[in-house]
Design a binder for this molecule. Structure first.
Ligand code: GCU
Length: 592
């Protein structure tokens, strides 16, 4: 029976992605980077937009240029000749033809390798790429990762040669089954936008370690949990020299736990005390500067080191007019400096996804408390187990990456999600999962107000330690008086943080306070919001929306021009609007 074929069999293949599921990597594949010497693979890589995903569909990564008779094939790729693209960077900011490009981009580079020791193990570590990343090494698929803001690692021991060819395909498409889904109010950048590292270890690698003050120990005990791969049984050394701690800890089956008496100077925004901390085991060693503090909820109060405090905060996006979602230490330091020194904030809500790992590291040093969040944002597909697995993995990757950071006080499992049974189950599951990974922090989310009953009433709150509430009375809902009624009608049994409140204004646009988009409108809005919020007994924090204007694809009136203008500072990151000073004065007063 004749079998009608085609000269290019791949043109009929539809399900060309499923085969890479067998190289999926996630939080279990992460290794700790703390204190390691790593080798950077950053630089100029060859790059081509690949909207038909032909690197997958046509298996370009095999680079098989000749047929089985040795005849050259008319291939459509030629990696070495492709134009160069900076890594790390958002391709949207590097090439104007890619500004709104939300599909696949394929990267290529070579790298050399010489073993440093017989038992050496080698890993590739990606700090962040949006959204699905396929990694191919020397013609073989080696990793696939979902999640645009969390790191992933893949071991390449035994697969790496003297000269290597690395292909990375990044699919930045929005899909309703992803986290976030197709609709979000922040610009959807694409690419390998955070560092790519080459990591060498000995035969044993410390995958994870978690060091913290034991809650409820009267600030007198430090706990460590650690996990290794390689030699699974043996003795390790845990040390905090400044505290006189030099403790032998026992690994069994790759795990070790210990609790040690200690009385560390406590970390706080006012006194961001950090201790050099080290874990050495078999052939490996990790180190970090770690702060010790106790953050907890007692009734309606938020307590840091036994003292209740109001979280005087502000929201920030990871968005920069020139860098997009990429960032650097200078940008992070300046953001924290302005928030802490000029706005007199001691708290930042890092919306709506995990920011750079450097943010929490620098926040530890500079002294500011953080809310970190996974992008379970608006109406994601709460009915889909694949979506749940993705969200859970991103949460695990975030918590494993950052749980040694003193500055992080709250893990958030989402933002403004529609109240359905599936959403309740999905987010309750995430809250439980976060607690299982880290019982030392508060779990929260931006919850919903019952607009009919005019009160704070979201069943998800029963699964949270702190209730986040986004409210825009006086902006999206022009009836500002509702805020007073909502607060009066509510009687939450745990602290509430106003996790968003804001109004748009174009810097330099002036008029009367009843004119939308003027600085005067935004200033008057903040004055009346602060009066209501500060008078409410159960509100224990606020992080207005937002410190700096940020890019958003759907914001196109003449004041916005592609930016969400609710910032207190213009997207130039310099020009402060009048409302900045209203909030700054309120926070300065609070701190007296
Ligand atoms: C929502 C949402 C933000 C959004 C903001 C706005 O509350 O959480 O991501 O940018 O409103 O509309 O400006």
């Amino acid at each position: 029976m004749a079998k009608p074929g085609n000269f290019n069999p791949e043109i009929h293949v539809r399900d060309f992605r499923a085969q890479y599921e067998n190289v999926r990597v996630g939080s279990d594949d992460l290794i700790s980077l703390d204190g390691r010497k790593t080798e950077s693979l950053n630089g100029k890589w060859n790059f081509m937009p690949d909207p038909l995903e032909y690197v997958l569909r046509g298996a370009w990564y095999r680079e098989d240029r000749y047929d089985d008779k040795g005849r050259e094939k008319p291939c459509d790729f030629d990696f070495e000749s492709w134009p160069l693209m900076k890594v790390p960077a958002c391709w949207n900011m590097e090439r104007s033809d890619l500004f709104l490009y939300e599909s696949m981009g394929t990267y290529f580079r070579t790298f050399g390798y010489r073993k440093h020791s017989d038992d050496e193990r080698v890993f590739l570590y990606f700090k962040g790429a949006i959204y699905r990343t396929y990694v191919f090494l020397n013609g073989e698929p080696i990793a696939m990762h979902d999640g645009g803001s969390t790191p992933f690692a893949v071991e390449i021991t035994g697969r790496v040669k003297d000269q290597n060819r690395l292909i990375v395909a990044v699919d930045a498409s929005r899909r309703d089954d992803r986290v976030p889904m197709t609709n979000s109010d922040w610009f959807y950048y694409g690419g390998i936008y955070r560092d790519v590292l080459f990591v060498r270890t000995g035969r044993t690698v410390i995958k994870d370690w978690f060091v913290r003050l034991v809650p409820g120990s009267g600030y007198k005990k430090i706990a460590i949990d650690a996990e290794v791969d390689g030699v699974l049984d043996g003795k390790g050394r845990f040390s905090i020299p400044e505290l006189g701690i030099e403790k032998e800890i026992e690994f069994k089956g790759g795990k070790a736990s210990a609790v040690i008496d200690a009385s560390p100077e406590l970390w706080s925004p006012e006194n961001p005390k950090l201790y050099d901390t080290e874990l050495e085991y078999d052939t490996d060693k990790v180190s970090s500067r770690i702060g010790f503090r106790e953050f907890k909820v007692v009734g309606n109060d938020i307590m840091l080191n036994g003292k209740s405090r109001f979280l005087n905060g502000i929201c920030v996006h990871e968005d920069h007019i020139k860098l997009g979602k990429s960032t650097n230490d200078d940008v992070i330091r300046e953001t924290i400096r302005v928030a802490k020194e000029e706005l007199h904030a001691t708290f930042l809500r890092l919306a709506h996804y995990p920011h750079s790992q450097r943010f929490a590291e620098i926040a530890d040093e500079m002294g500011i408390m953080l809310w970190e969040e996974i992008p379970v944002y608006w109406a994601i597909d709460f009915t889909n187990p694949v979506t749940m697995a993705d969200a859970k993995n991103q949460l695990s990757e975030l918590i494993k990456r950052d749980r040694n950071r003193a500055s992080i006080m709250i893990w958030s499992v989402g933002n403004e999600n529609p109240d359905t049974d599936e959403r309740f189950a999905f987010m309750s599951g995430l809250a439980e999962h976060a607690r299982s990974l880290d019982p030392t922090r508060a779990i929260s989310a931006a919850c919903l107000v019952d607009e009919v009953g005019e009160k704070i009433d979201d069943r998800l709150a029963s699964k949270l330690d702190i209730i986040g509430i986004n409210e825009y009375y006086g902006w999206y809902d022009p009836d500002f008086s509702k805020l007073g009624r909502v607060l009066k009608n509510s009687n939450p049994d745990k602290p509430v943080i106003i996790t968003e409140v804001g109004a748009g204004a174009r810097s330099g646009n002036h008029g009367t306070e009843d004119m939308l988009w003027t600085e005067e409108f935004q200033e008057a809005f903040y004055k009346k919001q602060i009066a209501e919020i500060s008078a409410c007994r159960f509100i224990k924090g606020m992080s207005p929306w937002i410190l700096i204007d940020f890019r958003a694809e759907r914001r196109f009136n003449k004041y916005q021009e592609g930016f969400n203008r609710k910032g207190l500072i213009d997207s130039d990151r310099k020009t402060k609007k009048k409302a900045f000073y209203v909030l700054s004065a309120f926070y300065e007063e609070l701190q007296k």
